[in-house]
Write a protein that binds this ligand. Structure first.
Ligand SMILES: Nc1ncnc2c1ncn2[C@@H]1O[C@H](COP(=O)(O)OP(=O)(O)O)[C@@H](O)[C@H]1O
Ligand SMILES: N[C@@H](CCOP(=O)(O)O)C(=O)O
Length: 294
């Protein structure tokens, strides 16, 4: 075997209510991968934990594909690779597992590429966003903390912000899965101008609430752009979001769902919530993002 690297990537929650396709938050739940260059032969994929026995273990594997895309971007012939995945982030629940997989592969391949060959930070973000299709998830995964993402001149960009220390996320991880692609299919091509204006105000306010004024999180997390349209895909998720919000807790659908994210300030949650089918997990905000650990 040639040189190898180990990379740790956080889970992420996208949208945060009104920030559809724009806002992302990194959470303290991590996958780890090892990527090693082989002297020859076909690439090898080992998967432990989440997805083992379900995800493909050949060139279609997301982490390996993302690593290959990085060599291609760098214009460097790719060696055969040995990939080992230790997965914890649940798949298809709205916690950005596919984005974390893409970031893991890209960051690992960048570390293996020589100086002068590796893509710079902007190119890495753009590649990851194109590869996964969700800049909000990949930017949070790369940088940690809170991100605002946008696309300009055909390239994805991100601003990194420090969340207020009083913000305490609690995830209600659904035992059911939901395909992001499928729930995007529920979104209309057009929305009423009043709903766009309503949500634009909340989207700006939620950045203020998350960084400076957590007491505004409940009004700041209202959304009319995506959650109302996705409700039929997961009634239990919709009911839990409603119950939490009725009790004064700033709850949103995490990403495309069906997990629910409550952005609390550490207050006790009501004990009469409709949580059947959900695992309640306190997840601190990850402030460092993807790291090469060795
Ligand atoms: N670590 C991983 N390794 C390989 N494939 C993965 C990994 N994480 C996610 N995937 C693939 O992505 C799919 C989930 O993507 P998606 O529907 O966007 O949900 P999520 O909200 O978890 O990102 C999984 O079914 C699996 O095929
Ligand atoms: N902005 C995207 C985010 C998808 O996140 P995921 O964690 O559900 O993959 C969307 O809302 O579709």
């Amino acid at each position: 075997m040639g040189q190898s690297v180990r990379v740790r990537v956080p889970a992420t929650s996208a949208n945060l209510g009104p920030g559809f396709d724009t806002l992302g938050l990194a959470l303290g739940l991590h996958d780890e991968i090892e990527l090693a260059e082989l002297d020859g032969g076909p690439s090898v994929v080992e998967v432990h934990g989440e997805g083992a026995g379900r995800v493909p273990r050949d060139e279609r594997h997301l982490v390996l594909k993302a690593a290959c895309a990085t060599y291609e971007l760098a214009g460097v012939e790719r060696p055969a690779l040995h990939l080992t995945c230790h997965n914890v982030i649940p798949h298809s629940r709205g916690l950005g597992s596919s984005a974390s997989a893409a970031v893991a592969g890209i960051v690992a391949a960048r570390a293996l590429l020589g100086p002068g060959e590796a893509p710079d930070d902007e190119a890495v973000l753009d590649l990851a966003a194109r590869f996964d299709g969700h800049a909000d998830n990949v930017a949070a995964c790369l940088y940690g903390g809170l991100v605002v993402t946008w696309c300009t001149g055909g390239s994805f960009r991100a601003a990194h912000l420090e969340p207020h220390p009083d913000v305490v996320p609690v995830a209600f991880v659904s035992e059911h899965s939901s395909s992001t692609e499928a729930t995007r299919g529920l979104l209309p091509d057009r929305v009423p101008h009043a709903d766009a204006a309503f949500t634009a105000a909340r989207s700006a306010l939620v950045v203020h609430a998350l960084t400076r004024a957590p007491e505004l999180l409940l009004p700041a997390t209202e959304d009319r752009l995506h959650q109302p349209y996705r409700r039929p895909a997961y009634p239990a998720t919709a009911a839990l979001v409603d119950a939490l919000r009725d009790a004064g807790v700033a709850a949103v659908v995490s990403g495309a769902g069906p997990t629910v994210l409550a952005l609390t300030t550490g207050e006790a949650l009501p004990d009469d919530l409709p949580t059947s089918g959900f695992e309640i997990v306190g997840l601190p905000i990850d402030t460092v993002g993807a790291v090469v650990t060795s």
